[in-house]
Write a protein of this length. Structure first.
Length: 917
């Protein structure tokens, strides 16, 4: 081996070379390094060789000893042995071969390629070592020898700092880490990494976490800025302070609530600060007997919370002092913890004054000075509890033609007037009866048949309305006095003469008398408001009259048009515009009225139907039938003037006041409608178009039946009726037999009443939703019925289904319906169980075109159609933006989204179930 300088790739380089290929015999040339100090740590070292080897084929002639490899040896020693060279002590490490060899041409051009070989020497144990190179016939040049060992560099991983570490000779070396500043070890998992023999960090285990108030930024822990905080090791980064809170210093672990805002004790630092609610608004009430319904509007400020509840306080007041109500006053569902802005109160005493206040609460109420949360008190004065039942009848006097009867007057603690209505008839002749209105608890019945049994019923009438009739009382007149026979003969003669005269006059008056065979209106007078005997006959239609105008004059009152003032248009009727106006008759006060007009372009049929409706209304007199004040037929436009109903049509009124009425109030409305329909059915009148739109509501929530036209002109509602030769039929409200065979009876009106019940309990929803008329008829034929409305009392839904019996003979009569509803009002606890949704007996939704049979293009459109638009923002917040995304929702999902009311959950899930079906 010799040291030479040679140009390689244009650079002069010193190297050791040995080229003994031309020598005869074996060659064994060695090159040894100086003693290399290992130190105390590295047990594995690496040797990097850079060398050149000449291609044996580049030599001219035959070269026997030429090789292209050389050997690498090493020897360990504790100290430098100088120039001593003990060949047997060296251990062969590797035979090194060239990947690329050079030729003479490469030498001439100076473009030789270097070979690089790396070898490792493992498990060294002495202080130092030598390297040696053995050449046995190769033409080789050693350009450089680099000896080194490997370490894993200093590193920061998982907020832990790991020092530079010598790589081990075998396997992985575990190295513990030290947490950076403001960081701490994760509990139960200290940071560790493993240094491999190649000097690489592998297998990190455990980690450090930034302390609360700090966050990780580029491998270090940095304090949270002002306005941010980190309260938990589980939080990855600093969080912005929740609404209504602030952190004033960096490195905050929590945010303090702003003045006037609080957190509930159970709420964490990540919850927004909130405040107590403001006071409830517009507390209103409705009093029926001793049953009070309170309702109010939620506070204008909920305090930023959803856990809003209400507490109702009751005080019983006497003159200038008040005291808490007694235990007998019952709140339904309760007096505190109310989640809905309404409560029913029962058990109030008659003739007592009460004060009710409503407070709003949420989870932070009482945690500091709070805004006024109590609504202004409402003062309720309970009068007489309910119309009382008359009892204890006494026959005070009788003879052969009269009966005098008295009864016990109900106890009254106020000046409230009580009147009485007496109905009596011959036993077995119930169709022919007489009604008297009285101011005193006694009556004398005159002009009776001798020795005849009479049945008598009495009921009280108070400002609350008529009470129930008493049980029938039977009384008999005395037999005729036989000693008065001669007088009887005289009477008979006189009667015969009068009969002859009457026959002559009767022919002239026949038509007028026939028209007057109806239920006469009471003729009030100071002697007792007595009504004459009448035959119970059907109403009189205009068919028998050649001139319908004559029939109108028979049963209505023609008004002077100067007494009528039209003010503003309130609607569009079948025949023309409907006005709000006033009527002032001579000697009477001005009253507000509704005025129906007949448009100037009327046809003959419209004119005839206009007169027919007036004629029919003129024959009815009942508190639950819209009262006809009179007509104007001699001037244009022709007018029908009726009493004015302040709250308008029932369906619109309910939609505008959704969920503001208690079940008892709704049943009271239905009971009024049933009373009116009972009256109509007793007069053999079939309404044919009984629907909530044809029920009008007074200011005191009294419902009255209206719209007595028999043929309809529904110009703006092509879907509303089913066309036949006999006119148009409102399919959604009409019984199947009336649709199929045009069989209209009182039983078909009962079916329609069941639909009206559904409308009332659903607060004005459209029956059968978006189904077409054909789908409605097909579903009814298949036996399906409307589902119960949300929160519908089960006992009312059972009554609805009875009204919808396919066999009309099995449907209840209106008298039975009225009695049942009256029973529900007197026993409100029956209304508490809520009907369950049963897909087997309820109506299937229609088949629809569009995506998966869903008839709505968007979630807001769908929610608005089922009257749940208040939850549009809840669905948006939950990320539900397509109709397909709602199909798998469950009750638990809705609850988490903020739909907490069970009734609202049911309505939404029932609609989704319809989409699936």
């Amino acid at each position: 081996w010799s040291e030479v300088q040679q140009m390689i790739n244009g650079t002069p380089i010193y190297m050791y070379q040995d080229c003994s290929v031309l020598s005869e015999g074996d060659t064994d040339h060695w090159l040894r390094t100086n003693w290399i100090y290992r130190g105390e740590a590295a047990s594995r070292i690496y040797v990097e060789l850079k060398f050149t080897v000449r291609d044996c084929k580049s030599f001219k002639g035959e070269v026997v000893t030429c090789k292209e490899t050389f050997n690498l040896y090493y020897m360990e020693s504790e100290q430098d042995v100088g120039i001593q060279f003990r060949r047997p002590l060296f251990t062969k490490l590797n035979t090194v071969a060239a990947d690329r060899s050079f030729t003479s041409r490469d030498i001439e051009s100076g473009a030789m390629q270097l070979n690089t070989e790396v070898c490792s020497i493992g498990k060294l144990s002495r202080r130092g070592f030598y390297l040696a190179f053995q050449n046995s016939g190769a033409c080789v040049a050693m350009v450089s020898v680099r000896v080194y060992y490997k370490t894993c560099p200093e590193a920061v991983r998982g907020l832990a700092r790991f020092p530079e570490t010598l790589a081990g000779s075998e396997g992985l070396t575990e190295v513990p880490g030290v947490c950076v500043e403001y960081a701490a070890e994760e509990v139960g998992s200290p940071p560790r990494m493993h240094c491999s023999t190649d000097g690489e960090w592998l297998v990190p285990v455990g980690r450090c976490l930034c302390a609360v108030g700090f966050e990780e930024v580029d491998g270090s822990c940095v304090a949270c800025q002002r306005g941010f905080y980190r309260h938990s090791l589980d939080a990855k980064r600093c969080l912005k302070c929740p609404p209504n809170s602030l952190s004033n210093e960096s490195g905050a672990t929590s945010c303090s609530c702003n003045a006037g805002f609080y957190r509930a004790p159970s709420e964490g630092q990540n919850i927004a600060c909130t405040r107590p609610p403001s006071a409830p608004r517009n507390v209103s009430f409705s009093l029926i007997g001793t049953q009070l319904s309170l309702w109010w509007q939620p506070p204008s400020d909920h305090g930023g919370r959803k856990d809003l509840t209400y507490t109702v306080f009751c005080q019983r007041c006497h003159l200038l002092s008040c005291e808490p109500c007694e235990a007998g006053v019952v709140f339904s569902p309760s007096a505190s913890g109310l989640t809905k802005p309404a409560v029913d109160v029962d058990g109030l005493e008659a003739y007592t004054n009460y004060t009710f206040t409503v407070e709003a609460h949420n989870g932070v109420s009482g945690m500091g000075p709070a805004p006024q949360r109590t609504a202004p008190a409402v003062w309720v004065s309970v009068g007489h509890a309910a119309p009382v039942t008359v009892s204890q009848f006494i026959l005070t006097q009788r003879d052969d033609s009269s009966l005098s009867v008295s009864w016990l007057a109900p106890r009254q603690r106020s000046r409230t007037s009580v009147e009485y209505e007496v109905m009596f008839f011959e036993k077995g002749e119930e169709a022919r009866y007489t009604v008297k209105h009285l101011l005193e608890p006694n009556v004398t019945l005159r002009d009776l048949q001798p020795d005849t049994a009479y049945l008598l019923r009495v009921r009280s009438i108070t400002p609350l309305g008529p009470g129930p009739y008493s049980a029938e009382q039977e009384f008999r007149t005395l037999p005729p006095d036989t000693g008065a026979l001669s007088g009887g003969v005289i009477v008979s003669i006189i009667f015969g003469v009068l009969l002859f005269i009457g026959l002559i006059l009767g022919f002239v008056m026949f038509r007028r008398k026939r028209a007057r065979w109806r239920h006469a209106r009471p003729d009030y007078n100071t002697s007792g408001f007595e009504r004459e005997k009448v035959w119970l006959k059907p109403y009189v239609d205009l068919q028998p009259y050649d001139d319908p105008s004559r029939g109108v004059l028979e049963f209505t009152k023609e008004l002077d048009v100067s007494c009528v003032t039209m003010e503003n248009v309130i609607g569009e009727g079948e025949f023309g515009e409907v006005y709000r106006g006033s009527l002032r008759l001579p000697g009477k006060e001005r009253i507000v009225v509704a005025i129906k007009t007949l448009k100037s372009t009327y046809s003959d049929s419209q004119w005839w139907n206009f007169l027919r409706e007036a004629t029919i209304m003129g024959q009815f007199n009942h508190p639950n039938i819209v009262r006809l004040e009179g007509v104007v037929t001699k001037r244009r436009p022709m007018m029908i003037i009726t009493e004015y109903m302040e709250n308008g049509a029932l369906d619109t009124f309910l939609r505008e006041n959704e969920e503001k009425f208690s079940p008892v109030q709704l049943v009271s409305m239905l009971q009024g409608i049933a009373s009116g329909m009972t009256y109509l059915s007793e007069h053999n009148y079939v309404h044919r178009d009984l629907a909530a739109r044809n029920i009008l509501v007074t200011r005191s929530l009294q419902c009255k039946v209206s719209d007595f036209g028999l043929s309809r002109i529904l110009e703006n509602d092509a879907e509303g009726t089913y066309e036949t030769k006999g006119g148009k039929i409102p399919i959604r409200w009409t019984a199947p037999e009336a649709i199929a065979h045009r069989i209209f009876t009182s039983a078909s009106d009962v079916w329609s009443f069941g639909i009206v019940m559904w409308e009332v309990l659903s607060f004005g929803d459209k029956p059968y939703g978006h189904m077409t008329n054909q789908e409605v008829m097909k579903s009814l034929e298949d036996g399906y019925r409307l589902p119960p409305p949300v929160d519908c009392p089960s006992i009312l839904y059972e009554l609805m289904k009875n009204c919808w019996s396919h066999d009309r003979m099995r449907r209840p009569h209106f008298q039975e319906i009225r009695a049942q509803l009256q029973h529900f009002i007197s026993s409100p606890q029956l209304l508490r169980p809520v009907a369950d949704f049963d897909p087997r007996v309820t109506l299937r939704l229609p088949s629809c075109s569009g995506s998966d049979g869903i008839p709505y293009r968007s979630i807001p459109e769908w929610l608005e159609s089922i009257r749940m638009k208040r939850y549009i923002s809840n669905f948006r917040t939950a990320g539900l933006d397509t109709m397909e995304s709602i199909l798998e929702l469950t009750a638990e999902d809705l609850k988490q989204m903020g739909v907490s009311l069970p009734g609202h959950q049911k309505r939404i899930l029932c609609s989704i179930q319809g989409f699936k079906e």
